[in-house]
Unconditional design. Sequence first.
Length: 239
Amino acid sequence: MGAWLNPIQRWVWSDPVRTGHRLLRFAEVEADGGRDLARAAELTADARLRGLYFRHALDEQRHANMFRRRGSELLRAHSGAAGWQPDWLAPGERGLDDVNVERGKDAPLLAFLHLSERAAARGFETYRHAITRDEDTQGVFARILRDETFHMNYTRHELARVAPGKHGWILWKARLGRLWKGYLRLAVAIGSVMGAVILTLQYFILLPPFAWFAKRAARREPQGWVHVSGGHGRLDGEF
């Protein structure tokens, strides 16, 4: 996150209700990541990675519990609506929720995890500094950041071990994949905004003329019952 986002981040985290809902979403992402890592531990044939994946999975589940507990505390202590939720400004540990776990694919998974953990560490550090009046939430991020540092280090070290000579290219390939996914998220966000703008313009530009024509046609219609000449509308038959 750039320094220019710091004032925006302070605004994002200034509302305790919004913070509570955001921490609950972080908990969901961490829990999903823990399940993916447990699955990776089951599939890998590398005994060392199996132990590291399981430890990582337990860390993610512990982080989910910490986020969920703190988020629930904030929502119990402060009532009110969450308001606008700018998810793109505080996405959490984005990426682990859509990790692709396959048997025999430890190197791409390690590269993906390394980049995700590094991005999460940068984001969590920014959020910790942005929260200026909530020491308990700051403490949650500080404790999680220590685990994120370990996760970054072990994934980079193990990537170099399982893919010697190729780990640099694998990391670049993973970076390109993250850039592509980031572009897709941006395109979806822009498309959503443009769709909302176009629909709003259609409502205010196209609908009023149709409403005016409908009212004009209604005024031309005769009021009350309309007399029908003889031979029409007989009621002495079956139909």
